[in-house]
Design a protein around this ligand. Structure first.
Ligand SMILES: Cc1cc2nc3c(=O)[nH]c(=O)nc-3n(C[C@H](O)[C@H](O)[C@H](O)COP(=O)(O)OP(=O)(O)OC[C@H]3O[C@@H](n4cnc5c(N)ncnc54)[C@H](O)[C@@H]3O)c2cc1C
Length: 386
């Protein structure tokens, strides 16, 4: 492993601690077993939470690590090196907490944060069956009844949906008001009326839990609204501006680095025509191209993560980091399978899982088409065209 640039000793320590932890606690055989069963290794999740990996970005005052998105990226890159699905479970806690971190009151930060610090998982519940890219088409409603909001609706594709003890939920409070119709709430799993719907049987990231979450007359106190009424859409977008680099960009970097290491190892051992395939320049060039893509994706991801830590929010750059990293990762894993030949297509070798896992990067936290919409909109705004 090369020397890192610009990291503090604390960050390097967290990076190394995460690397040692995940490689020891989540070995390949366990990943394979959980992938086959589509099961989250909760014993490893529990240990990760005890180590503070789910609360890296939570304030120190409530027991979090008080670190920023660069450190979060380091952690998620290391976890994703081993398994992108596992990284998704852990990263979803930071995603769910982000709205509270950005616009929540001090009391909300503490109340919600305690769940995560104490080892519970959290989930971010925005998507619905007919509202993915078009977030504002959501039909889940929240209606004020006395001092309580009453939530009804079904959220779809929710990471940690069946495992979380607390949800960040977006629901329509002001119907017909376009991007001002939704508000953001937090809802405890223990509230009567919450049930878990179908568990997605997915192509990849099968170590992560993805479910429907159903809300039937779920009553939450008025003070569980996060931010202002009608600001839900804005809060969701502000969240993604801050989570796309670490949650997707850095995780895809982890998958790429894993591919590079596995290809060097495999190609130095696989003999064809009397010599290791690594001796062929065609293979060396593939590995070089993988490294170029990894380093480029990493440079952009960590640059944007650093800007976020410095308080500079740039939606277009966050989208660029997410889109570039996830597309680079697909190219890298494609070549990794190619280098492994027929064995790369077999479930006996990890690159097969990495290939299935990596596709998710272009889909969640907004598809890459949505990222391009964000990037172009920002360019056109800067040019004064819109
Ligand atoms: C494993 C997994 C985990 C997830 N975790 C979460 C989670 O924790 N919380 C959560 O809220 N959501 C989660 N999601 C949902 C995810 O964010 C959505 O699936 C995603 O935003 C896409 O929405 P959709 O599936 O409805 O696709 P659609 O919006 O139906 O899009 C279908 C296709 O059309 C394209 N498209 C749509 N509109 C346009 C347009 N205007 N211009 C060009 N192309 C367009 C899209 O890019 C895509 O290629 C998860 C999804 C998956 C698969």
């Amino acid at each position: 492993m090369k020397e890192e640039y610009g990291l503090t000793q604390d960050q390097i320590d967290i990076q190394m601690m995460t690397r040692d932890f995940i490689r020891k606690e989540l070995p390949w055989e366990r990943i394979k077993e959980c992938d086959e069963k589509s099961e989250t290794p909760m014993d490893v999740v529990k240990k990760a939470a005890e180590m503070g990996l789910t609360s890296i970005t939570l304030p120190e005052s409530i027991g979090g690590a008080g670190m920023g998105e660069v450190t979060n990226s380091l952690v998620l890159e290391e976890l994703a090196y081993q398994d992108v699905g596992f990284a998704t479970v852990i990263g979803a806690c930071g995603l769910a907490y982000m709205p509270i971190k950005i616009v929540g009151t001090e009391a909300q930060k503490e109340y919600y944060g305690k769940f995560i610090v104490d080892g519970s998982l959290a989930a971010f519940a925005l998507t619905e069956a007919d509202a993915g890219s078009d977030v504002s088409a959501g039909r889940t409603t929240a209606v004020l009844d006395g001092d309580e909001w009453v939530i009804n609706g079904t959220k779809a594709f929710i990471t940690n949906g069946g495992l979380a003890d607390i949800y960040t939920v977006f629901a329509v409070t002001d119907p017909g008001n376009g991007t001002h119709s939704m508000s953001c709430f937090y809802v405890e799993r223990s509230c009567p009326g919450i049930s878990i719907g179908s568990h997605e049987n997915k192509l990849g990231i099968r170590l992560s839990n993805t479910t429907e979450v159903i809300f039937e007359n779920v009553r939450v106190p008025k003070d569980h609204m996060v931010g202002k009424q009608g600001d839900g859409f804005k809060i969701a977008m502000m969240t993604f501006d801050r989570t796309r680099p670490a949650g997707v960009g850095a995780a895809c970097c982890g998958a790429m680095r894993s591919c590079i290491d596995k290809c060097i190892e495999y190609s130095s051992q696989r003999i064809t025509f009397g010599q290791p395939i690594l001796q062929n320049q065609a293979i060396q060039f593939k590995i070089a191209d993988m490294e170029i893509k990894y380093e480029a994706a990493r440079a952009l991801t960590y640059k944007v993560a650093g800007m976020i830590d410095d308080g500079v929010i740039d939606s277009a750059l966050a989208s660029a980091a997410k889109a570039f990293s996830s597309e680079a990762a697909l190219e890298v894993v494609n070549e990794a399978v190619q280098i492994h030949g027929g064995y790369g297509y077999s479930k006996e070798y990890p690159v097969e899982i990495i290939m299935r896992n990596t596709k998710i990067g272009t889909l969640f936290e907004g598809t890459n088409e949505v990222q391009r919409m964000v990037i172009t909109k920002n360019l056109l705004k800067a040019s004064g065209i819109i």
